[in-house]
Write a protein of this length. Sequence first.
Length: 118
Amino acid sequence: MLLRQCCAGLLLLTLPAAAQDTPASAPASTTTTASPPADTTASPPAEPYSRNTPVEKLAADPAAVAVLNKDLPGLLTAPEFAIFKSMSLKQLQQASGGDLSEVDVAKAEADLQALPAH
């Protein structure tokens, strides 16, 4: 009898608080356990770059930087970069007053879309 009480006391010390409230006569299967969270490491497929992608997102990808430096030289080194970095190429083209042509943006977009998935 003493051994049984000692084992019950040790069991109470090692069980989580929720399990301690369960009567000793209750079957072990009635205790609930949290299921592990779903695997959230798999990310959805990346969207291809387009004229609607913010410039700062493009600037974070070395392959996209190479495309922008080739097709739109000076864009990423412009003193105003901090001002327009959250804008897309489309927005920049519209706001440029013709300095950034539709042809240049279309060429950059085609080259960006040819990049491997990012």
